[in-house]
Design a binder for this molecule. Structure first.
Ligand SMILES: NC(=O)c1ccc[n+]([C@@H]2O[C@H](COP(=O)([O-])OP(=O)(O)OC[C@H]3O[C@@H](n4cnc5c(N)ncnc54)[C@H](OP(=O)(O)O)[C@@H]3O)[C@@H](O)[C@H]2O)c1
Length: 315
């Protein structure tokens, strides 16, 4: 990152990241993302390199992504990298994981795959039962106390669940740094539910996942060209038809900001909302395009225009 580049802190921690990160779910994942059919290890290595080169210093992975392969890829790339970016991974609360120590064990597995002694951000992937929110928060606190994680966060937690995790960590003097949830022009539940405001109140950074609605907000999918595989079910022809006016506005606005892409407009909107988007990138071209969402801002009027256009999408 250049010294003049804008950075944000993860919650109230001193960990500084670029205003946009790169998501790595697709790295090694054949089932959902078609890894091995259209993109390869070389492509994801180039997505990593291009992210760093273009000022992205934050990578998000999880132990479940491609059954550990995403972490292993990231670990391999980190070993070769010129600089050490900020790395986030996640613990998956499988129903057979019932004790706090299972989190520490899982974290050690992630660290081994990543080739790190400490991860910068360790997150609980989902607030699934049967284990109480407070128990996993205690385990996160232990991870920090043992020096295995610098900061901790949660993911897919609603406001009430987030407040509980925040309180439980506060008893140990540890801040809840982040809550990673789905948020985009296509899915604005974080705004309508009050979660985004609660994050601001608590000093928690909202990390926006699927910020391009899994590629749809790039504008490359249309009613005549639905996304491949499982994605095609969620983003049906009807949905893609409803989104078309929003995409048109993204393109028009992009042009008025000196040739920005529809993806860059969608990602910049999330930055303007005070969140940290983590678009997935399968190759250098996508990473480079996504990085171009940094370093400029949509005007408040244009943010409102996008709000209105997004509000027209029926569900
Ligand atoms: N915590 C959670 O439960 C959770 C859940 C989901 C995701 N995540 C995290 O969030 C990250 C991002 O979410 P996501 O991957 O679901 O969705 P996304 O970022 O909205 O979409 C990523 C996909 O969009 C396409 N794409 C990306 N950049 C593009 C560009 N500039 N131009 C055109 N197409 C582009 C690529 O797929 P195609 O080229 O195939 O279209 C890419 O795989 C994940 O990698 C993961 O780290 C977390």
């Amino acid at each position: 990152m250049s010294s003049t580049q804008e950075v944000i802190n993860l919650g109230s921690t001193n960990i500084q990241v670029s205003t946009l990160g790169t998501g790595t779910w697709a790295w090694g994942d054949g089932l959902f993302w078609g890894y091995g059919r259209g993109f390869s290890e070389q492509d994801v290595q180039e997505a990593f390199d291009s992210s760093l080169l273009n000022g992205i210093n934050f990578f998000d992975t999880a132990e479940v992504y491609a059954q550990g392969r995403s972490e292993a890829f990231l670990g391999g790339f980190l070993r070769e990298a010129q600089s050490r970016p900020v790395v986030a991974t996640k613990f998956f609360p499988y129903p057979w994981r019932l004790r706090r120590r299972s989190l520490i064990k899982a974290l050690r597995g992630s660290l081994r795959r990543l080739g790190l002694e400490t991860v910068d951000l360790y997150q609980i992937h989902w607030p699934f039962p049967p284990v109480a929110i407070e128990i996993w928060a205690e385990a996160l606190a232990e991870a920090v106390q043992q020096g295995l994680a610098r900061a901790v966060g949660v993911s897919n937690y609603n406001e009430e669940q987030m407040r509980r995790a925040h309180r439980a960590l506060a008893k140990h003097g540890i801040p809840l740094a982040t809550n990673q949830v789905e948020y985009s022009l296509f899915n604005r539940r974080a705004e309508t539910s009050g979660l985004l405001i609660a994050c601001q109140e608590l000093g928690v950074t909202l990390i926006a996942y699927s910020p391009l609605a899994q590629g749809v907000l790039s504008g490359k999918y249309t009613p005549d060209k639905a996304p491949p595989g499982i994605r095609g079910q969620r983003y049906s022809r009807a949905v893609l038809g409803q989104i078309a006016p929003l995409i048109r506005l993204q393109r028009d606005l992009g042009r008025s900001y000196g040739g920005r892409s529809a993806s860059q407009v969608a990602l910049n909107w999330l930055i303007c909302k005070g969140t940290l988007p983590i678009p997935g990138a399968k190759n250098a071209r996508q990473a480079h395009d996504n990085a171009g969402a940094m370093g400029w801002r949509l005007s408040p009027e244009d943010v409102s225009a996008l709000d209105r256009a997004a509000g027209q999408i029926g569900r």
